[in-house]
Design a protein around this ligand. Structure first.
Ligand code: HEM
Length: 418
């Protein structure tokens, strides 16, 4: 999916040159890991029926070769796994996947009691109150500035020009990074997101981000400002504070956890509505429908299809024995379309009665950034509808569609307006 001449990254916020040969930042992002499946749902539905807890003989997911791997498809079983962090540990995520890139203190890979302490320290900064202040101050201006670049043009690709750069800029803004560094931060972010396909580059970028952030952290410890790094530097629980290493790990985790998911979900929201003009018209006319459109999108098209746990003891799930040490993969995308929980689950319907899905996870690790992600998605949709009259998919677009079997999001969003 090569972009046409509609390149928009001319105006690098940093005023820096782009690397020669790079069409845009998006092209540098290696998305191979997302997988090429256009519609994995029939297969997931068949597996949910035939073998709801499925033992795999082979898996290409990172795991201990000597131990079995299980996929979990039903909503109730997925919930059981996610809520029971003692039996289903997150601990080995660090060993198997992320440790060398994000550092050793990633909350996503911690178990209690360490996880509880850490989460308590960082959660105030991501609560609804804290996030509300970023909406007007940061999220809306960033969305608007991105739209400024193409608003007069009558057409755009909202993936390259909007959803892709948007969440990285929001995180950079929350961290209080100077605007001229956003571009570099975006590059590091892309390198870190490509960890599964270009590990060495990801590790190198991660080290650079750490050096860069350590200078900023040093400054903020001496002179706090109104930003996330200062909040984290000052966060205190029972007289305890986060160490520098803990702060760096957390900040780097925000790139995969907070950027990739939100970029993909914002694309999924826009694609889902743009390809259903009646539901788009309803939202356009009544913006109070946006929150339910967001939740339906995260249910119907979860950006992250599965997550990983390790069984800490012999157990039984859905009648299937799970030996200690097994890798257990809750399939969020299958659980979110479980017919025992939702009527007609394969229909995208923003009007359906709201029931929480597992798109945000559940239990102790439930998404810390959900309030921020909702604010970002809402601001994006509101501003695009406000500023781009008659926004619609370009009928001559190159068959844009949502794809992926690990992560999912649209290949492109060619739109017309005006
Ligand atoms: C629509 C967008 C998003 C979706 C669908 C999403 C989904 C998820 C899911 C499924 C988990 C649970 C992982 C697990 O249990 O192993 C999670 C955890 C997490 N998310 Fe999100 N996320 C989104 C946006 C964000 C944003 C914007 C941020 C922060 C800026 C963020 C930060 C985190 C963090 C730090 C965790 C780990 C929480 C913990 O371990 O206690 N996420 N997210």
């Amino acid at each position: 999916m090569k972009s046409s001449a509609r390149d928009t990254t001319q105006d690098s916020a940093a005023g820096q040159e782009r690397a020669p040969g790079n069409d845009s930042d998006f092209e540098v992002f290696d998305d191979a890991v997302a997988g090429d499946a256009r519609d994995p749902y029939p297969e997931l539905a068949a597996a949910r029926k035939a073998s709801p807890v499925q033992r795999l003989e082979m898996s290409n997911m990172p795991h201990d070769e000597a131990k079995p791997v299980f996929f979990v498809y039903r909503y109730d079983d997925v919930l059981t796994v996610l809520r029971d962090g003692e039996t289903y540990s997150s601990g080995q995520i660090i060993e198997l996947i992320m440790g060398d890139v994000m550092g050793r203190h990633i909350m996503l890979g911690m178990d209690d009691p360490e996880h509880r302490r850490y989460r308590a320290l960082v959660s105030t900064a991501f609560g609804p109150k804290a996030i509300a202040r970023w909406e007007a101050q940061l999220v809306e201006p960033i969305a608007s500035q991105l739209i400024d670049r193409f608003a007069d043009r009558g057409h755009a690709d909202l993936v390259r020009e909007f959803t892709f750069p948007y969440p990285t800029q929001v995180i950079a803004g929350m961290l209080g990074l100077p605007r001229e560094d956003f571009r570099q931060f975006q590059r590091w972010s892309i390198a870190i997101l490509s960890v599964f396909t270009r590990r060495e580059e990801a590790i190198a970028a991660s080290a650079e981000v750490k050096d860069y952030l350590s200078r900023i952290l040093y400054d903020r410890r001496r002179e706090p400002r109104d930003d996330l790094i200062s909040d984290l530097a000052q966060a205190e629980l029972d007289g305890e504070r986060l160490s520098d290493e803990e702060i760096f790990s957390f900040l780097r985790l925000l790139l995969p956890a907070g950027v990739e998911t939100t970029y993909r979900s914002t694309g999924n929201l826009l694609f889902s509505l743009l390809s259903r003009p009646d539901q788009l018209a309803a939202v356009r006319a009544d913006r109070s429908l946006i929150p339910q459109a967001i939740e339906e999108t995260v249910r119907y098209e979860a950006p992250l299809l599965n997550i990983t746990r390790i069984a800490t003891r012999d157990t039984v799930l859905g009648g299937v024995p799970i030996p200690e040490g097994s890798t257990v993969l809750p399939m969020l995308a299958a659980a979110n379309r479980d017919e025992s929980r939702w009527d007609d689950p394969d229909r995208y319907d923003i009007f359906r009665a709201a029931r929480p899905s597992v798109g945000w996870g559940q239990g102790p690790h439930i998404c810390l950034g959900m309030h921020l992600a909702r604010v970002e998605m809402r601001a994006a949709l509101n501003l695009l509808l406000d500023r781009l009259p008659r926004l619609r998919l370009d009928p001559d677009g190159d068959d844009p569609h949502i794809r992926g079997q690990v992560f999912r999001s649209p290949t492109a969003l060619p739109v017309l307006f005006g």
